[in-house]
Design a binder for this molecule. Structure first.
Ligand code: FES
Length: 65
């Protein structure tokens, strides 16, 4: 079984654990879930109103949705 999940956030969420900051991935692209690995930088130039999928590090616009 497979599913598609849509993420709209382009930046991580900071969570404080005591004095330490942990950065939680909100874009869905991190290979170190649930933590941010910087992959969200790929999303910064996404255009509003468009849908993209990421496969093997490459972004492709989804036209039929
Ligand atoms: S928010 Fe997803 S990799 Fe940084």
């Amino acid at each position: 079984m497979a599913r598609l999940v849509v993420h709209e956030e382009k930046i991580p969420m900071e969570v404080k654990v005591g004095e330490e900051s942990k950065w939680i991935c909100m874009c869905g692209l991190s290979k170190n879930q649930p933590f941010c690995d910087g992959s969200h930088k790929q999303t910064q130039d996404e255009e509003e109103g468009k849908l993209y999928k990421y496969e093997n590090g490459e972004r492709v616009e989804v036209k039929d949705f």
